[in-house]
Design a protein around this ligand. Sequence first.
Ligand SMILES: Nc1ncnc2c1ncn2[C@@H]1O[C@H](COP(=O)(O)OP(=O)(O)OP(=O)(O)O)[C@@H](O)[C@H]1O
Ligand SMILES: [Mn+2]
Length: 423
Amino acid sequence: MSLNYAFGFSLFLLILVALNIYFFYSLNTTGKRGSMYNVPGIKLDLAPSVFKDIYDHLNYLPSQYKIKNPKFIPIQKNLVKSFNSSGLNNTKNVWQNTENWVSEESLFPHGDGVPGRILREMQTSQIALVDNAPKGTQMKLLLLIQEKQKLYFKPKRYQLSDVIHGNIYAGFDRHNSEVFAYYLAMVMNFKWIIPSVIRRVHVAKDVVPVATLGLKKTMIRNESGSFCIYGKCFYCKVNETVCPDRNGEIEGAAILYLDKQFKVHKSPWRRSYNSKKMDWEKDNDFCKKVMGILSLKRILNLIDVSIFDFLIQNGDRHRYEVYKNKIVLLDNGKGLGNPMIDELDILAPLYQCCMISLSTWQHLEILSGGHLTETIKLLSSFQGEILATEEHFKAVERRLLKIYATIQYCIGKHGSAKVFKTA
Ligand SMILES: Nc1ncnc2c1ncn2[C@@H]1O[C@H](COP(=O)(O)OP(=O)(O)OP(=O)(O)O)[C@@H](O)[C@H]1O
Ligand SMILES: [Mn+2]
């Protein structure tokens, strides 16, 4: 009897121990997701080994990166206040004191309702003059509104559902990518960017009557008698016109023109635009070289920009422009090309240097679990905009996880003290 009792008791103990082991094992592996993410097959041979390490970290990403962080809610509320300008006194002229807009923190005011009001004006103000804007390689127009306010207008070339195949910088600029980038930057708390909004211009009513002679020379009538524009730029071709839709309108991204002097620099991580490999593609210690040339502050800035570019998949930041010693996020039209592709090497500045500004990280960390794209959708809805297909929004969330995984990889390799910088 007592033997039976002892046997039963030890069996009970054994089960208890087994349960404990199971409990601690499952605690350690939360976030483990089987083999959901694989290194993309086509890249496997070519990809540097860091890609595999990053994907390994992606498969074991701690669960906090997959759920919403309540710390973001008050930030989201403030953003909503800034962009939802309905109900505010809109008669006040928003263009007053534009000369005082630039501060040490931002290029434009971010106070209650002002960003929303600037966008609304950019979207609806009557156009006083339209000209070609011959800067850059892509077709763009210059619109004059409110007497002295200038806008760049990058016309729509694709439907939102069009997928751009080919290399990362293939195709025309995407107008929606410019606007998406603006809201993305706002949600990421990157304030060195210029307001951008979707605007429709009626060619016969809004453009032709106020077009300069120069612009008129780059307009031709199509079979249905409407005026199409081929513009004036490096890649502009007479047979690549932009024509009005059946309502007589051309849609585009209206980007506020910032009349300042920018300093232009070549990006150390630029692509070659041919089959030649750049230094950064051959040397995983490339960051050391950059450290010898650029300040820590500038490198951290370039890393911020690479995170931003990776989210929209802009692989075309061959040069960057600086104002007040900070990179201005200009020219974001090469994003949102293919929602199925995540070119990890856009993140090279991050995984090669393995550092990130602490303030960027603290903000990035609380955008998890869907808050990022949910907020972009919410803010852009105040201007009645739909900026991308669901596939693109999902892709941005998926890429955010890859950024988290890259940071985990860096922490694993160097320790957090070396990764997070306060410069
Ligand atoms: N909103 C703006 N305010 C002031 N200047 C601007 C603005 N947007 C662009 N620029 C200037 O015009 C140049 C061309 O603009 P952008 O880079 O957008 O054109 P692009 O056709 O895409 O050029 P590229 O093909 O060289 O990338 C920029 O390098 C910048 O100096
Ligand atoms: Mn460009």
